[in-house]
Design a protein. Structure first.
Ligand code: NAD
Length: 330
């Protein structure tokens, strides 16, 4: 039994990761500042004798005894990370610095959640880990993209300078139950609009591509990286290489929900990447991981969950007028 500190525990990925680690028999300390995550996501875990919950902001130093730290704390949807861009970049950089210092002090391993956004608007396709990316350093997505890039640099500098045990994964678009309908991510937005009979909002032509990984596959991949040997440092792409255009995604969602909603087209947000698809050869070769849930199956499970959610949409705790509140998709 290991003790694992999960930051961002009340978020979409965090709640699933905590649940899985508890089911596997570990002690889990969930940490969150509840800025974009919801206590409701953790309610089923609160009575578990091996689970505890701490309210904390990782931009402040933290001292908790743990064998492993999984850093998932950071708003992930453009709508929410652009609402308070300075807090977003502080969370990525200062937050990761604080957790690396904790890992160093306590001799823990830090598994850091980076993102496919480090590839920006890629000139190489699909994206391999060796690709350095093409990111606008001053655009409206930079608080997230550059924050995550700087956080990766910190992880590797701590590893090289102090020998800190780190593992970095670059997560591609993930979807599934517990996604918030309010966060503007494309799967939950399209599903909610289809279920309500509203037009589906398509940004740009819809010919841009994304690759969607179902949450169960993602959590399995994260766990395999967590328990991998110390020399598996990464970065490792973690995502589903099955690539669809957003028009195809919309058509699948309309078919699965039986909705007759039409599409409305809005301008593409600034710096929205035209193509996104992971090359997962590295993690497949090293750990044998690859996703198993098809897009149709994953969407069907997500639709079932969101049917129960659209009547009581929760909003995050930050105020939208703190910064630019731009709709966007990842
Ligand atoms: P989410 O917004 O649902 O969850 C993030 C959680 O972190 C929330 O509970 C939020 O309250 C918490 N948080 C934010 N700032 C914090 C801070 N300063 N201190 C403490 N807690 C803080 O997002 P998610 O989809 O669960 O993503 C989790 C992680 O995975 C993020 O780091 C994100 O960058 C990464 N990621 C996710 C995706 C995806 O498709 N979901 C893709 C790439 C990377």
């Amino acid at each position: 039994m290991k003790t694992i500190l999960v930051t961002g525990a009340a978020g979409f990925l965090g709640a699933h990761v905590c649940k899985r680690l508890l089911a596997d028999g570990h002690r889990v300390i969930g940490l969150d500042n509840f800025s974009t995550g919801f206590r409701a996501n953790l309610v089923p875990l609160l009575d578990h004798s091996s689970f505890s919950l701490v309210k904390h902001d990782i931009t402040q130093p933290v001292d908790i005894v743990a064998d492993y730290i999984i850093n998932l704390a950071c708003p992930a949807s453009p709508r929410w990370y652009q609402a308070d861009p300075i807090q977003t970049i502080k969370t990525s950089f200062l937050g990761t610095l604080n957790l690396l210092e904790l890992a160093q002090k306590r001799g823990a391993t830090l598994l850091h959640a980076s993102t496919s956004e480090v590839y920006g608007s890629p000139f190489e396709h699909p994206q391999k880990e060796e690709y350095w990316g093409n990111v606008n350093p001053i655009g409206i997505r930079a608080c997230y993209d550059e924050g995550k890039r700087a956080a990766e640099s910190l992880c590797f500098d701590f590893h090289r300078v102090y020998g800190t045990s780190v593992k970095v994964v670059r997560i591609f678009n993930t979807y599934g139950p517990l996604m918030s309908v309010a966060d503007g991510r494309v799967v939950s937005t399209f599903v909610a609009q289809a279920l309500k009979g509203e037009p589906l909002t398509m940004f740009g032509s819809g010919l841009q591509t994304r690759s969607f990984c179902y949450i169960d596959d993602l959590v399995e991949g994260l766990c395999q990286v967590l328990w991998s040997s110390e020399d598996v440092v990464g970065p490792l792409n973690l995502g589903n290489p099955y690539e669809v255009t957003l028009l195809e995604l919309a058509q699948k969602i309309l078919a699965l929900t039986g909705s007759e909603s039409k599409l409305v087209f809005d301008p593409l947000p600034q710096d929205d990447p035209p193509q996104r698809c992971p090359d997962i050869t590295k993690i497949k070769t090293l750990l044998g991981w690859s996703p198993v849930v098809s897009l149709e199956d994953g969407l069907a499970r997500t639709i079932e969950y969101l049917k129960g959610e659209i009547s009581h949409v929760q909003s995050p705790s930050f105020s939208a007028d703190k910064g630019i509140f731009k709709q966007g998709i990842i």
